[in-house]
Design a binder for this molecule. Structure first.
Ligand code: FPP
Length: 228
């Protein structure tokens, strides 16, 4: 596989933690913990393979209306895992950027995010974008309102730069685990020409080998960007 066949930016919709737990007669929280552990292993593998940008859809705007108990469990996991993993990212030269509406998250979670971003800001080997409280439509709407405020017409490039992913190339490959065949308000604008890869594998079971399979499938696609 040549260097050109490896995507520069991979985005993953991490679905299926709840079903993974259910299959094992475990509470949903156990599925999220397994998902969190997989997320960390996967990020390491992806950057080791030379992929520069990895975006992980951890929590959508819509997920924030899940029962309070489940959300509290997710925030508790975040508090437990995030600080030490931010230190690991720093050691590995990976810059962290969290995208999404922070006003929807608990204050202490926002403080952890800010500290993690500051700690890893110098990372030049790659970038991990974590989408939390993220919605593609909200991202676009926010940029539209910003454009209106500026009061002049914007170009395609100018508009892209105003999104929360500003400065990051569009994803080459968008993967969704867990069997559903939809985009669920993920990177709507940014994925206009992304190659899509859907797998039945539930996220906690989405191994490094499964990721390699997705990358291999990507390498076989012919990308034309609408041209002949
Ligand atoms: C999808 O599985 C997974 C999630 C909604 C959450 C995954 C995120 C983490 C483990 C990261 C931790 C937390 C934060 C705050 C970033 P699902 O529950 O939709 O699975 P199902 O479709 O099988 O029910």
């Amino acid at each position: 596989m040549g260097e050109r066949d490896v995507p520069r930016h991979v985005a993953v919709i991490m679905d299926g933690n709840g079903r993974w737990a259910k299959k094992r007669l475990l509470p949903r929280g156990a599925g999220h913990r397994a998902g969190m552990n997989r997320m960390i292993g996967l990020a390491e593998h992806v950057f080791d393979r030379g992929i520069r940008y990895l975006t992980l859809f951890a929590l959508s705007t819509e997920n924030l209306s899940r029962p309070r108990e489940e959300l509290e469990g997710l925030y508790a996991l975040f508090r437990e895992y995030f600080p030490r993993n931010a230190r690991t990212l720093r050691e590995k030269g990976i810059c962290l950027r969290v995208i999404g509406d922070r006003s929807l998250l608990p204050g202490d979670v926002v403080s952890l995010i800010e500290a993690g971003e500051a700690l890893t800001a110098q990372g030049e080997r790659g970038m991990l974008l974590l989408a939390i409280g993220y919605g593609g439509r909200q991202d676009i709407l926010h940029a539209v309102n910003e454009a209106v405020r500026r009061g002049k017409e914007v170009t395609l490039e100018g508009f892209s730069a105003m999104l929360s992913t500003g400065g990051v190339p569009d994803p080459d490959l968008v993967i969704r685990t867990g069997r559903e065949l939809r985009i669920s308000n993920f990177l709507l604008w940014q994925s206009a020409y992304s190659e899509l890869y859907f797998t039945d594998v539930l996220f906690p079971d989405f191994s490094d080998r499964e990721m390699d399979k997705a990358i291999e499938a990507y390498a076989c696609r012919e990308r034309r960007f609408g041209k002949l």
